[in-house]
Design a binder for this molecule. Structure first.
Ligand code: ATP
Ligand code: MG
Length: 344
């Protein structure tokens, strides 16, 4: 059989691949939980699943804070394990431990123009948010940060993933990956990668408690999975709302209260409009108290499990993942090098 036929045979014999990841810039919050972690759990048996700890990507805008990134590599692995992902089914690995990703990033960087990267809506929004880091007009924007969508394409394709469960703001990144893959296939006359699809969940964009469009580790507007019940109550009590008095769901006109209703509806896995009906004519402070209590009950088993995870166990999970991914990455890179005629 020719190499390509062997490859087609290989993918038809195996489960499709899922890859997703988190940046170790801080512990994970309920935006991650509802936006991506729960889908990972739901899909981990159906797919050959990978969760990548994106330390290189985190360093692109945190290169001066290596201690923070290192510490959070273990924090976010703990968060993922605490929500019940099974390391027998989901392979966890650290991005920088797979040098093939960096190699593939270099090859992909020829296939993307600077202007395409500058126009990427997620990059644009993030640059605007980081004025203290990149300057007002983005004049200190680094080559590394601008190029992170290219490196993300390498993350996804190094394990030849078909599906990528992500939050809404990541869709332009998946689109960028698709463009790179299609161009790679066209230029090097091959078809070695699946064309990856993003997968959104019902909580694909949880807003910040401060009214910011996105709950984010970097914005200090989040409820973390590892927060105590008391911290959770204080955060919800002081969350921004509007001047109306009773609960409703209208994300355009009343974004902040709608976001809290959305969180409530996700806890019970119901439609937000149905949640409003169930809640009835409840005022904001009574609703906030109920939401905090219900969220604390919902998160209790996750928080409990998280406390029991031993650091040695977390390291073992990452080490066995590293070994497994290295084999797959080498396989991918031999296909890539052959297609690019650099398999000397
Ligand atoms: P940072 O501010 O450092 O970028 P982050 O909070 O955006 O941190 P990431 O590690 O970049 O978190 O994102 C990990 C995954 O979680 C991605 O799939 C992302 O789309 C999803 N995600 C992040 N924040 C939210 C949110 N507020 N709502 C839904 N999904 C989210
Ligand atoms: Mg992010």
């Amino acid at each position: 059989m020719a190499d390509f036929e062997i490859f087609v045979y290989y993918i038809s014999m195996n489960k499709k691949v899922l890859l997703t990841g988190d940046r170790p810039t801080g512990p994970l919050h309920i935006g991650h939980l509802f936006g991506s972690l729960l889908s990972r759990k739901e899909l981990e048996s159906e797919y050959e699943s990978y969760v990548m700890v994106a330390d290189i990507q985190a360093l692109t805008d945190n290169f001066e804070h290596p201690d923070k990134i290192r510490e959070n590599v273990y924090e976010i692995t703990a968060d993922n394990l605490a929500i019940g992902l099974n390391p027998e089914k989901t392979t966890f690995f650290i991005q920088s431990q797979i040098p093939h990703i960096a190699e593939l990033t270099v090859f992909y960087s020829n296939l993307v123009t600077i202007n395409t990267l500058k126009r990427n809506p997620t990059v644009k929004a993030e640059v605007a948010q980081k004025t203290e880091l990149f300057g007002k007009e983005g004049e200190s924007l680094t080559y590394g940060f601008l190029g992170y969508p290219v490196s993300q394409a390498a993350d996804i394709t190094i394990v030849r993933a078909s599906i990528v469960p992500v939050g809404e703001e990541q869709l332009p990144m998946i689109e960028q990956t698709r463009e790179i893959v299609e161009k790679f296939h066209r230029v090097y006359k091959c078809a070695i990668f699946p064309i990856p699809q993003g997968k959104l969940s019902k909580g694909s964009r949880i807003m910040g408690l401060d009214g910011n469009a996105k709950m984010s580790k970097s914005l200090n507007n989040a409820i973390y999975l590892k927060d105590s019940p008391e911290e959770t109550i204080v955060k919800i009590k002081t969350a921004k709302t509007d001047s109306e008095s009773t609960v409703g769901f209208d994300p355009k006109k009343r974004p902040e209260i709608s976001n809290l209703v959305l969180i409530f509806s996700l806890i019970y896995n119901i439609d937000p409009k149905e949640a409003v009906k169930e809640l009835g004519k409840i005022n904001y402070s009574a609703f906030k108290l109920k939401l905090a209590e219900d969220l604390n009950n919902y998160l209790a088993p996750i928080r409990e499990k998280r406390k029991d995870l031993k650091p040695e166990y977390i390291r073992e999970v990452l080490e066995s993942g590293r070994k497994k991914v290295l084999i797959k990455a080498e396989e991918t890179m031999s296909l890539v090098r052959k297609a690019m005629k650099i398999d000397y």
